[in-house]
Ligand binder design. Sequence first.
Ligand code: NAD
Length: 451
Amino acid sequence: MTTTSLVDPSTGAPFVELELADVEQTDAAVARAVVAQRGWARLAPGGRAEVLRAFAATVDGAVEELAQLEARNSGHPISQARWEAGHVRDVLQYYAAAPERLAGAQIPVAGGLDITFHEPIGVVGVITPWNFPMTIASWAFAPALAAGNAVVLKPAEWTPLTSLRLAELGIAAGLPADLFQVLPGLGSVVGDRLVTHPNVRKIVFTGSTATGKTIMARAAENVKRVTLELGGKSANIVFADSDLERAAATAPSGVFENAGQDCCARSRILVERRVFDRFLELLEPAVRAVVVGDPFDPDTEMGPLVSRAHLTKVAGYVPDDDAVAFRGSAPTGEGFWFPPTVLTPGRTDRAFREEIFGPVVSVVPFDDEADAIALANATDYGLSGSIWTRDLSRAVRVSRAVESGNLSVNSHSSVRYTTPFGGFKQSGLGRELGPDAPLAFTETKNVFFAI
Ligand code: NAD
């Protein structure tokens, strides 16, 4: 039996020991899920809807408990963690309506009646990262269950606790046994087995682009369906005609939320050259004002990084103080702390090109609209981004030209469960959330009835 120690990122101290699943346990979980799924799919749509509504209610009753777990396990500020737990409840509530709305079509044809059905895929494997453990899990398991599937979820090694608790809350709400199972384990063991298991019919993977490529190749062996939500290096484009004060005041929230461990982080701020210096002057006090500290303090805006290994990776992008334009503060001592950090690198520097996934932002000038678009698109990623301008025509032109799945104009908002979410280029494949998400967990079947 393999075990792992989970570490509190704010102190660096281990606080719980956890057993990891192996390949045999993964196979057994999938076998049980196959049986559970058949019963679930036979249930009337209204019956499935009722259980999902009850699941949303049990999560609602556990918002504080889930938030405390996430703050301890992942170091998320408690105010943020409460929002995340409430978001899981809302996602479940939203998709609880789906079983009764997943309607096929009747298509006019000669000589008969033609009907399409949206059949559940079967068992869905969900593999999640450590940055937003419970919200990202819910984006997959809620629509998958709503569409009549079973789910086997493998959370990231460092942050399994909220997912394990969610599975218990599902059972308490009346989900059939084995329909939603959570298996903590290594990516190379449990993750890979889910990806290659012939009875897991779809994989939803959220994580790094490198792992996503491995998973896509491994899934190809069984022509397995995949949805991939991968990395990002999103641009926050600030034009000279924007409300510069507001653009600068909000820029920290666009990149330092969750200590920059956010796939949508606007980690490249592109600023029109003639307001570049003024923007930096306005940005500096906003960065210094970010409250970094104890995740359990309600005033904390930014917590620690998730692990020592990740801290070492992030620090590697800021080798010395000469590279730093300015930075905020962070606690010193134990725990995986790194201050909000602003760089003004060249266009070819590593920090400007690679996903750092920490509280480090690069601010770079551009000359005109065409230059801004070219710079924003000069990356293999295409997940998110912001455009700041008062010119509506420009906002439309630039938002159509930037190769990215989720853009916001005069805002840094990326995620609403009612709207689709996903990446262009190497940021992913497929979309999550929004009204169509349950369809991604179905096979369309067409039946012709001769008359
Ligand atoms: P990661 O790729 O290292 O791991 C993600 C998950 O994959 C973990 O559960 C891990 O155990 C598992 N895994 C690793 N190797 C595997 C394999 N060979 N087969 C199957 N599973 C395997 O990513 P991470 O470091 O946990 O997360 C950070 C990355 O996730 C960043 O690149 C970030 O941008 C991305 N991310 C993307 C989104 C999005 O929606 N696009 C959201 C959050 C995070």
